[in-house]
Design a protein around this ligand. Structure first.
Ligand SMILES: [Zn+2]
Ligand SMILES: [Zn+2]
Length: 459
């Protein structure tokens, strides 16, 4: 460990209690995506008290008001811009024993937010920027979990947001303009002594809202006058399930629908059934190809029952791939902090979950690695942060080690990663234009007066 790394540790340790307090406070104030106002306010207050000038997503005259902000730590010497980000949002999981208003931070994003506070505080300490060039953009991002699709669609229609995920929304708003590379740290399950882990990448996803339309009638006295939207939905899902054997392993496709319930009583034939789902996959092309089959199956099921179906597809998150050269740098920094035996990086491992950090890695080199400190199941009722210092204080140190490595020595390391990187998309604009293909709005089955139907389930 060199003298600068020792200073980083000292600077983070100086704010240890503040970080741990923030971890508990945000855990106790969970809010879901695009409504994380409490955590947002808590962090804004503290960032501003440290003297940071913030660009706030709720005060941007060009866009709707949402939580989240960023601030630039300028070293004073020209060089690349590194973005370090943390997420704000919790999940709807009312049966978690510590849920508040039905929500819990059972993906550990509150730890990321607390960590960002620690990083911001450490960067204000004397000597923190010595030897660095370029800029560090500290960013708090809303809405990583892609949930409450109907609510987000409403926000989109109102013009508050343009995208379901916070990072792609921030890309769209220009908050990543000028950023050259990005890192973030997610929490991970405890695994013996392991402190940091990282895989090669994660599936992307798109979001779907599928609305089967039927006709209500008396369920006992006159079912012949009704059209059962629930049965049409069940048939559609059966067809999608039967298509699974046509999916190819290499594409890592995942389709996991939930039926959102019907708006009526047991003695009424249900006239509507809403399904939410994702289609996940390793590439955008594979997702688009298989999604078309699912939409065809859902359309066919509606037709079979004489029902209708409205298909609403939106871009979700793009597949996330970590630049191996960048990953290696991050790995070395983690090893310098924790020792080789406490760091597990796997350059092949592919995760079937999704993150909107994938949208970032479509346009710049990025690494999302993980800090241990939690037990239980992610998105589950037994999720708990059992070692908050590992999940936050340790994470802050590691991210500052990476920043130091990237931006010291005239940013030689960052410059090499940037120069060697070949992004899947040449620019943010090219990327955002490309994912417009995923937008689909179709009333997929339209009947004529004779009962014949025209189907239309693809653009
Ligand atoms: Zn999650
Ligand atoms: Zn998460």
């Amino acid at each position: 460990m060199n003298a600068k790394q020792e200073l980083i540790i000292k600077n983070v340790e100086a704010h240890r209690q503040e970080i741990l307090d923030a971890e508990r406070w945000i855990w106790q104030h969970p809010q879901v995506g695009y409504t994380e106002w409490q955590a947002n306010e808590y962090l804004i207050e503290r960032f501003e008290a440290m003297g940071y000038k913030l660009v706030r997503a709720d005060q941007d005259p060009k866009f709707g008001k949402i939580p989240g902000f960023y601030t630039d730590v300028v070293t004073g010497k020209p060089g690349p811009m590194l973005c370090i980000m943390g997420e704000l949002d919790a999940l709807d999981i009312a049966n978690h024993p510590e849920s508040v208003n039905g929500m819990t931070h059972c993906c550990g994003h509150h730890a990321q937010a607390a960590t960002m506070l620690g990083i911001a505080a450490a960067l204000k300490e004397p000597g923190a920027l010595d030897g660095l060039c370029g800029t560090i953009r500290l960013m708090l991002v809303p809405a990583e979990e892609m949930i409450q699709l109907a609510f987000r669609e409403e926000l989109r229609k109102k013009g508050t947001i343009s995208y379901m995920g916070g990072k792609v929304e921030f890309l769209h708003r220009g908050y990543f303009d000028g950023v050259d590379l990005s890192i973030m740290v997610h929490t991970a399950n405890n695994d013996g002594d392991v402190e940091f882990t990282c895989g090669y990448g994660n599936n992307g996803c798109m979001s779907k809202v599928i609305t089967f339309k039927g006709k209500s009638s008396h369920a006992g006295g006159a079912p012949h006058l009704g059209i059962n939207a629930q049965y049409a939905a069940m048939l559609g899902l059966q067809a999608c399930n039967d298509l699974r054997e046509t999916l190819q392993e290499k594409d890592y496709i995942r389709f996991h629908p939930i039926m959102k319930g019907v708006n009526c009583a047991v003695n009424i034939i249900p006239d509507e059934m809403v399904i939410e789902s994702y289609v996940r996959g390793k590439t955008l092309d594979a997702m688009m190809k298989e999604n078309k089959k699912f939409n065809r199956a859902l359309t066919g099921a509606a037709l079979a029952m004489g029902a209708g179906v409205v298909l609403c597809d939106r871009p979700g998150y793009s597949p996330e791939t970590h630049d191996p050269q960048f990953m290696k740098v991050v790995q070395e920094c983690c090893e310098e902090l924790s020792g080789k035996d406490k760091v597990k990086f796997d350059y092949q491992e592919w995760g079937t979950g999704s993150s909107d950090f994938g949208d970032i890695t479509c346009v710049m080199p990025g690494v999302q690695f993980n800090a241990t400190g939690v037990d239980g199941t992610f998105h589950g009722i037994n999720f708990q942060v059992t070692d908050p210092a590992k999940a936050t204080v340790n994470s802050a140190k590691a991210q500052l080690f990476v920043a130091d490595r990237l931006l010291s020595n005239d940013a030689a390391c960052a410059k090499k990663i940037i120069a060697d990187y070949q992004p899947p998309f040449a620019s943010i604009k090219e990327y955002l234009d490309y994912i417009q293909q995923l937008v689909l709005d179709k009333d997929a089955v339209v009947y004529d007066e004779k009962g014949n139907a025209a189907v239309d389930f693809q653009n």
